[in-house]
Design a protein around this ligand. Structure first.
Ligand code: 3PG
Length: 211
């Protein structure tokens, strides 16, 4: 995997995971993989996130683990140091963009407007996160963006569910969708990793077989 574009092909659904306990990291990654999902975005929103990335990178090599919610250059560097294979940012600043390029990792920068997308296209970034997807116009917005910007592809994230995901995945400019619905907080607290696997299986079935 070498480019942001490749990230869009890993899985029809990129699970966005918030972990409160580093002990959950490996079982969650294994459950996702057992369900047919081979990529995971661990968000840097909790103190255990970097440790969770380290553990998944070391112990579940068949899952491509990335860092999400990267909002500072320091976080980009820390995530790369922890073994993240990719970075995802909810939005973009010059500093975060610079650090993401410097990391050498593929990354999905977040945009919510046409102007933001055009600025990133100028930097030869053609795979973007569309965030917050539902609040920013959802499927209709992405369909409209495809007209003037046909070279860009997106991973919409934010408010997407297993029910709404197929409408996004049907768009030519959507490679995958992101979502936290595969790892609900109460399910993780209960350590119900069987439930995570079942939700992953349902999500994997949204894409072509074997992807
Ligand atoms: C993200 O950071 O990508 C979003 O918080 C995920 O959005 P969701 O929780 O609505 O799926």
């Amino acid at each position: 995997m070498t480019t942001g574009s490749d990230l869009l092909e890993l899985s029809p659904v990129l699970p966005v995971v918030v972990l409160d306990d580093a002990e959950h990291a490996v079982p969650v990654a294994r459950a996702l993989l057992a369900g047919g999902i081979r990529a995971v975005e661990l968000t840097l929103r909790t103190p255990v996130a970097l440790e969770a990335i380290r553990r998944v990178a070391a112990e579940v090599p068949d899952v491509v683990v990335g860092a999400g919610t990267v909002t500072s250059p320091a976080q980009a560097r820390q995530a790369a140091g922890a073994g993240a294979a990719f970075l995802v940012t909810p939005g973009v600043t010059d500093a975060v963009l610079g650090a993401a390029f410097d990391s050498g990792l593929p990354f999905l920068p977040g945009v919510a407007t046409v102007s933001e997308a055009m600025r990133l296209a100028e930097r030869r970034l053609d795979a973007l996160k569309f965030f917050p997807a539902e609040a920013s116009g959802g499927v209709d917005a992405l369909r409209s963006i495809a007209g003037p910007l046909p070279g860009l592809r997106f991973c919409p994230t934010g408010g997407i569910t297993v029910e709404s995901a197929p409408r996004y995945l049907a768009l030519a400019n959507v490679g995958c969708v992101g979502g936290s619905w595969l790892t609900p907080k109460d399910v993780l607290t209960a350590r119900d990793f069987g439930r995570v696997e079942a939700l992953a299986k349902e999500a994997a079935a949204l894409g072509p077989p074997g992807r």
